[in-house]
Design a protein around this ligand. Structure first.
Ligand SMILES: CC(C)(COP(=O)(O)OP(=O)(O)OC[C@H]1O[C@@H](n2cnc3c(N)ncnc32)[C@H](O)[C@@H]1OP(=O)(O)O)[C@@H](O)C(=O)NCCC(=O)NCCS
Length: 175
C-alpha cells in the first residue's frame, strides 16, 4: 500500500515556530491585525483540535481551532487559521487538514463552527455564509468571508449575533 505522503498528526508545542512561519508566509506578517485575531487574543487554541501535515520533519500545513461564542451565550469553534505551504498546495493536504479538524471538533461534542475564509474553498466542506444565520463579525473587509457550519442539524438556527471572544466567565469549552 502506498503510504500517505503528508501524514496529519496532532500539533506539538515544539511545532510553534514552524507554524508561525508558515502562517506568516500564507497570510502576511500583519495577519495579527485581522479581526479574527481579536477573537484569539489571550485565549489559547483548543490544543486537541490543532493538527499539522508533515514531511521529513518539515511542517507543510497546519490547522488550528479556537473557542468563541456567538452572541452572549452560544459556544462555537473558530476554524482557522488553516494554511498549506505554497510549494505543497493542490495535493489534498488542505482537504485532509479540514476533514481531520472537523472530525475532531465533532468528536469533541461541538455543534457550531465559524470561519473567516474563502467561501469557494470552505464551501466544499459544508460552510455557508454566516450572514444567512444572522451571524456577524464587525471589522471584516469582506463580510462574505465569514462562514458558518452546523455540525448538528439546527445547531445554528436562531443563532444570530456577533462572533465574540470567549471570556473567563464563559462555561468551559471542551476539549
Ligand atoms: C486554501 C488552502 C488551505 C488550500 O490548501 P490545498 O492543500 O492546496 O488544498 P487542496 O489540495 O486540498 O485543494 C482541494 C481543492 O480545493 C481547490 N482550492 C484550493 N484553493 C482554493 C481556493 N482558494 N478557492 C477555491 N478552491 C480552492 C483546489 O483546486 C482543489 O480542487 P480539486 O480537488 O477539484 O482539484 C491553501 O491554498 C492555502 O494555504 N492558501 C493560503 C491561506 C488561505 O487562504 N487560507 C484560508 C483558506 S479558507
Amino acid at each position: 500500500m502506498t503510504p500517505i505522503r503528508f501524514p496529519i498528526r496532532s500539533e506539538r508545542p515544539q511545532d510553534g515556530p514552524q507554524i508561525e512561519d508558515l502562517l506568516d508566509r500564507a497570510f502576511g506578517a500583519d495577519r495579527h491585525a485581522r479581526p479574527s485575531y481579536r477573537l484569539r487574543e489571550g485565549i489559547p487554541p483548543l490544543r486537541p483540535l490543532c493538527f499539522v501535515a508533515e514531511t521529513e520533519g518539515r511542517i507543510v500545513g497546519a490547522i488550528r481551532h479556537w473557542p468563541v461564542r456567538i452572541g452572549d451565550a452560544r459556544p462555537a469553534v473558530l476554524l482557522g487559521p488553516i494554511a498549506v505551504d505554497p510549494a505543497f498546495e493542490r495535493q489534498g493536504i488542505g482537504t485532509r487538514l479540514v476533514q481531520t479538524g472537523l472530525a475532531a471538533v465533532r468528536e469533541a461534542g461541538q455543534e457550531a463552527v465559524v470561519a473567516v475564509g474563502t467561501p469557494a474553498y470552505l464551501g466544499r466542506f459544508g460552510f455557508t455564509a454566516a450572514g444567512g444565520y444572522g451571524i456577524a463579525l464587525p471589522g471584516l473587509d469582506e463580510p462574505r468571508r465569514l462562514l458558518a457550519l452546523a455540525l448538528v442539524p439546527g445547531a445554528l438556527d436562531g443563532a444570530g449575533g456577533v462572533v465574540a471572544r470567549v471570556s473567563p466567565t464563559d462555561p468551559p469549552v471542551r476539549p
